[in-house]
Design a protein around this ligand. Structure first.
Ligand SMILES: Nc1ncnc2c1ncn2[C@@H]1O[C@H](COP(=O)(O)OP(=O)(O)O)[C@@H](O)[C@H]1O
Ligand SMILES: [Mg+2]
Length: 309
């Protein structure tokens, strides 16, 4: 996985500090975040809920609320464009074509009153000069690319008529429609069940390789990103605490927090009475009491009897 070390940075975040204003109070949530997204790589940002992952990615997309977010950075740029001086027009030119995003909840990003095919067609209408017929052909090609079943049928379906995994595929088709240089995927599989989750991340990996785009993949799941990331940044309480290739992190984590993240993955061999939290690992208070087989059998017995009534 040395490919990324030779590649140039597409997006640069240097000493990014973000605070939110709440009346007279100021709550700082990012502290001197440094991150470079290189050409043709999947960079994962991992950390527990509230650690600042989404705020970091929103800063790169110009999506932080103007009314209460205070953003300060030595550099915040994409392809040498200074994002701190971008106006609304600059952003609409940029979003979709240079940088695009998929979110955790496809249902909240898709328009429920528009068919799946037309949602993608609309983007091509805005950003390209293709004719209506060419647009339809391109949408069907994209639907095949993201492996939607029977693209012609999905084209005319409304979002509520397809499954969550299929909605996420429509979102991915929308996101890659204009061949962006950067794709930000913010917990794109968290709402999906495990098998679908795996299919979607493998699809993203495949598309990344084919299009040569750079992907910023945000997740709270270190095990999941380990499979697809070239590099992983670990975020904790608004700071990047560790950065490296998946193997470097798994084999030689330096930071207590990274070690805790690795250790907190559930064990498949034994079953603990109480599952450990990241905080348990940080404070050296990991529960070790295991549920014995007889106890489990007894508990199951009680459950099964209950379910009979
Ligand atoms: N619009 C906002 N206004 C005020 N606080 C916010 C806003 N968005 C995020 N925050 C706060 O910033 C911190 C980081 O949030 P976020 O980046 O969403 O975390 P996550 O790592 O789960 O994506 C949290 O404490 C959150 O409450
Ligand atoms: Mg988030």
């Amino acid at each position: 996985m040395t490919k990324s070390s030779q590649n140039k940075p597409l997006a640069i975040i240097n000493n990014l500090n973000v605070s939110f204003r709440n009346g007279d109070l100021k709550n700082q949530v990012l502290f001197d975040v440094n991150l470079e997204l290189l050409e043709n790589e999947i960079l994962a940002v991992v950390g527990e809920s509230g650690s600042g992952k989404s705020v970091t990615s929103k800063a790169l997309m110009g999506l932080l609320p103007v009314k209460n977010a205070i953003i300060d950075a030595t550099e915040l740029s994409i392809l040498d464009n200074d994002l701190q001086i971008f106006n609304g027009k600059d952003w609409s030119r940029f979003r979709g074509s240079v940088i695009s995003m998929i979110f955790q909840e496809p249902m909240s990003s898709l328009n429920p009153t528009i068919t799946c095919g037309y949602q993608v067609a609309e983007i091509l209408e805005t950003h390209t000069k293709l004719s209506n017929k060419e647009i339809k052909t391109e949408v069907l090609r994209l639907f095949k690319k993201v492996k939607l079943p029977i693209p012609e049928q999905t084209f005319n379906k409304y979002p509520h008529e397809i499954s969550g995994g299929q909605m996420q595929r429509v979102m991915i088709a929308m996101a890659i429609a204009c061949k962006p240089k950067i794709l930000i995927a913010d917990e794109p599989t968290t709402a999906l069940d495990v098998t679908v989750q795996k299919e979607i991340i493998l699809l993203l990996k495949e598309l990344q390789a084919e299009y040569g785009m750079s992907v910023l993949f945000i997740s709270h799941d270190l095990g999941l990103v380990h499979e697809i990331a070239d590099r992983i940044a670990v975020m904790y309480k608004g700071r990047i605490v560790e950065m490296g290739t998946p193997d470097q992190l798994f084999e030689n984590a330096q930071e207590t927090y990274t070690k805790a993240l690795i250790a907190a993955r559930p064990d498949t061999e034994s079953r603990l009475k109480r599952l450990p939290t990241i905080n348990d690992f940080m404070t050296n208070a990991v529960p070790s009491e295991v549920v014995a087989d007889e106890e489990r059998a007894k508990a199951h017995g009680v459950l099964y009897i209950k379910s009979l009534y």
